[in-house]
Design a protein around this ligand. Structure first.
Ligand code: PEP
Ligand code: MG
Length: 875
């Protein structure tokens, strides 16, 4: 049998997301549940993938199947495509496996042409509706299929409103709509040198192709990269009989959530507009009414809707985000999906659903996206400062958080300012999907128009960015780049603060305070801790970072990068002296200056970690990173060291390396200059002894980590130094102290020979940053400059430095773990590269049986949850 590329909604079900996409599968499921869903069919994701495999061409067999299904739809609907006397009109909407709100395209009212519009006018006795539907179709088709700018159409509408002295679309009459339709068509023809297509089947195929194409539009690609969605998934296309919310005042359309997506409160939450079509609500062009008001305007439809909401939530065991339309008092469901929500709402809903008996704790743990927790870990407004501040305006609290920054008026400005390191608040009349990259780099988003379900609100919530929407108090002039409130003008030079939890907008910057884990968050994280197998440590170089990580639940430090302490104040001087030393004696003198600093740093870290394990890594980076570069600094160093300026310059020149990342760094430094390892061992062990004397109950066991080992002999050489110095110090102190010596596995050769290395190493920590760099042969500092080409050409979809390459580098890690354990059964295995905080990577580390991951303090809660999810998924 030929491959099946199409399914009627009645042929599908909720478990078929992979081929029907989320929207198609859920429409089928709702239909199976007996809910009022307009008839339709889904063109599968496989048809989309075929379209790309065939060189962006829709295959004849798919076209034939679409026409066959169209006939089935016609007979179900009792209407005919393109028939003016009984026309079928359809919507064409994208629907990928994972929901990607607003990223791809939708076309409504397809099937309209000059004859059909007249038929619709007669049949409905509502010419205004007929022409309104037609002009909307032209607008959407022109934009989505032909790529004409939306703005020209908006201008024509604005010109019409101005001429008629009205402000709302609903105040335009049938003749106005007709005139606009004709002008739209004229603009279409003038721009594209062809007539607007009148054949309904032609319209349909071109629309399906456009939806397939939209899978690869830049904003969809960006969204996919942000959300780890592979391009190989493709999108499905849903073709559905139109029902009309714009047919009169007993019609309407809306979107609703079964719970509040911002706070998680268990209360139906949504918005609708009477006499409107879907995009009017989400585009934020008219400010919609609250769902409660529907009770008065359309009581029957409201009651049925409330009933359906309850059923859907119970069925999916999750908060639902639904779209509906009311046509002449009758309710239709157009979509349901698990709703996007803020992190705070996600936690509240998860905890509430466990309390309500809907979810088990494990099910609840799977409902929260680990990366989302990040939004809860960042500063909030200082309560006192906030109280003292007076809001200048108030909008809708669309996505919580505290944000302050410089005002910017376009997504491009946001990107430019952010690239300069400035914090910005993106202020727009309304946002559109094209703004996504600018929104991503902004601290917060403030819009003048639009409701809680507007594009800005939905996208901001998805990103965890703070957003205040629909702030009509702002008198905005986007072109000239300012807004006014109460007669005061704010331009791109001003700072503002916005509070996404209250909707308040303030002039100036308000002080912020760090976040803490409490309430639902704390309860939820406890469940995660009970479930996970992986331990979670942190990468921290200072007591401050260590304390931060501890408050976020870290169970130790997996990596102290000792060199980071050498950049500050006077230390850099001693460090530079050490580096430019010509003799061992000189170098030892400089190291002696560094010893007390390093010892006290380690004491601080041991104290902060209160007995949790701490892994200290020895000096790693190329030495030239510490050298002065400006002639002023070089002259100062020469004077400080009482050496000749030219001599110093010669030393600096001699330290030049062509490829420093592969140069004199890591354990190679200790091999050339054993006194560095001696000093660092002295600092580690003396610090541990000092702290152990105060806190014997902590049983401190220093973990000493040797970086960049590629051969067991390298490790053996450095370990001998460590053991000699450490044993002497411990014996002298008369204390019973154990310590461990281990290594990083970050050179492919080490991973291949891990069985030999484990003879000396008591633990391995996978340095996946260097391991990725050296396995790919991509410089970690330079890859950013060409990776975009790799994404464009579909060679790689993800930055391997951010998302662990399980396929390639993963083989090395899995193999090294196995080899390490074969030599030393109880060898402790962890990872301390950046990937230790990335959820998908964490799942891999769980699967290959590592003992812990170590990540930056702010990613510790994310890693705790990701580790729990990995344990649940791989039971
Ligand atoms: C690594 O290479 O993964 C690592 C943690 O070390 P660094 O990033 O300091 O090179
Ligand atoms: Mg490294």
């Amino acid at each position: 049998m030929d491959k099946k590329y199409l399914y009627l909604f009645s042929e599908g079900n909720g478990s078929m997301r992979e081929i029907l996409g989320g929207k198609g599968a859920n429409l089928a499921e709702m239909m199976n549940l007996g809910m009022p869903v307009p008839y339709g069919f889904t063109v599968t994701t496989e048809a989309c993938n075929k379209y790309y495999d065939d060189g962006e061409k829709i295959a004849d067999e798919v076209v034939a199947e679409i026409f066959a299904y169209l006939e089935k739809l016609e007979s179900l609907a009792g209407k005919k495509f393109g028939d003016p006397h009984n026309p079928l009109l359809v919507s064409v909407r994208s629907g990928a496996r994972a929901s990607m709100p607003g990223m791809m395209d939708t076309i409504l009212n397809l099937g309209m042409n000059d004859d059909v519009v007249k038929g619709v006018a007669e049949l409905t006795n509502n010419p205004r509706f007929a022409w309104d539907s037609y002009r909307r179709f032209i607008q959407m088709f022109a934009d989505v299929v032909m790529g004409l700018p939306k703005s020209r159409f908006e201008e024509i509408i604005d010109e019409m409103k101005a001429r008629k002295h009205v402000t709302m679309d609903t105040e335009l009459d049938a003749e106005d709509m007709k005139e606009m339709t004709l002008r739209f068509k004229a603009f279409y023809k003038e721009s594209l040198k062809e007539d607007f297509p009148s054949d309904a089947k032609d319209q349909l195929i071109r629309a399906v192709e456009a939806v397939f194409r939209s899978w690869n539009n830049p904003r969809a690609e960006f969204y996919r990269r942000m959300n780890d969605i592979p391009s190989s998934w493709g999108t499905a296309v849903n073709v559905q009989m139109m029902v009309f919310g714009n047919m009169g005042n007993d019609c309407g359309t809306g979107v609703a959530f079964t719970r509040n997506p911002s706070t998680g409160e268990k209360k139906l939450y949504g918005e609708f507009l009477m006499n409107a079509q879907g995009e009017d609500v989400v585009a934020g062009i008219r400010t919609p009414q609250h769902i409660d008001q529907l009770k008065e305007l359309s009581p029957q439809a409201y009651a049925q809707f409330v009933d359906i909401c309850g059923k859907l939530e119970a069925h999916y065991k999750d908060m639902q985000d639904m779209e509906f339309t009311i046509e002449k008092g009758k309710l239709y469901m157009l979509q349901t999906r698990n709703g996007k929500r803020t992190a705070a709402a996600a936690l509240k809903i998860a905890c509430d659903m466990v309390d309500e008996g809907t979810l088990s704790k494990e099910e609840a743990l799977m409902k929260v996206e680990p990366k989302q927790l990040d939004a809860l870990l960042h500063p909030q407004f200082d309560a006192a400062d906030l109280k003292a501040a007076t809001p200048i305006a108030k909008g809708l609290p669309a996505s919580p958080g505290a944000a302050c920054g410089k005002v910017v008026f376009t997504a491009e400005q946001a990107q430019q300012e952010a690239a300069l390191g400035h914090k910005v608040i993106l202020v727009r009349l309304e946002t559109s999907p094209e703004d996504i990259e600018g929104m991503h780099v902004s601290e917060g988003i403030l819009t003048v128009r639009g409701g809680m379900t507007s594009h800005a609100a939905v996208v901001a919530r998805g990103m965890g960015a703070c957003c205040v929407a629909g702030c009509g108090d702002l008198n905005m002039n986007e072109e000239e780049g300012y807004f006014e409130v109460n007669g005061v003008r704010y331009t791109a030079d001003d700072f503002i603060s916005i509070d996404g939890s209250t909707g308040n907008v303030y002039a100036g910057a308000i002080k912020t305070v760090p976040a803490s884990i409490s309430g639902d968050f704390e309860r939820f994280m406890k469940w995660a801790d009970e479930t996970r197998k992986l331990k979670v440590r942190t990468n921290a170089d200072t007591p401050k970072d260590a304390l931060q990580a501890l408050s976020f639940g870290a169970e130790g430090i997996g990596l102290v990068r000792t060199e980071h302490m050498f950049f500050e104040g006077d230390r850099i001087k001693a460090m530079r002296e050490m580096i430019v030393s010509k003799t061992t004696e000189q170098r030892k003198r400089a190291l002696a200056k560094l010893l007390p600093m390093q010892r006290s740093d380690f004491e601080g870290i041991y104290e902060a970690m209160q007995g949790f394990p701490v892994t200290i890594r020895y000096l790693d980076p190329p030495l030239h990173e510490f050298l002065p570069t400006s002639s002023y600094d070089i002259a100062n160093l020469a004077a400080d060291m009482h050496i000749d300026l030219d001599d110093l310059k010669a030393v600096i020149a001699s330290l030049h390396e062509f490829n420093p990342m592969m140069g004199h760094r890591g354990c190679r430094l200790a091999i050339s200059y054993p006194e560095i390892a001696e000093m660092q061992t002295t600092a580690v062990i003396e610090a541990a002894i000092n702290v152990a004397k105060k806190h014997p109950e902590w049983h401190l066991t220093p973990e000493i980590m040797i970086p960049l080992v590629g051969d067991v002999n390298e490790l053996r050489f450095v370990k001998n130094i460590v053991v000699k110095v450490a044993d002497e110090l411990i014996a002298k102190a008369g204390i019973d102290m154990k310590y461990l010596v281990g290594t990083m596995i970050e050179i492919p050769r080490a991973a291949l020979l891990a069985d030999e290395i484990a003879e000396e190493a008591e633990f391995f920590s996978f340095g996946t940053n260097d391991l990725t760099q050296m396995t790919f042969g991509f410089s970690r500092d330079d890859a950013g400059s060409f990776l975009n080409d790799y994404y464009d050409k579909k060679i790689y979809e993800q930055d391997p430095f951010a998302k662990f390459d399980q396929h390639g580098v993963g083989k090395l890690v899995a193999n090294a773990a196995k080899l390490g354990r074969a030599t030393r059964e109880d060898i402790h295995l962890g990872v301390c590269g950046e990937h230790g905080g990335d959820p998908a990577s964490i799942e891999f580390f769980h699967k290959v049986g590592l003992d812990y991951v170590s990540c930056s303090p702010f990613r510790v809660p994310i890693a705790r949850l990701a580790a729990a999810q990995a344990a649940i998924k791989n039971k």
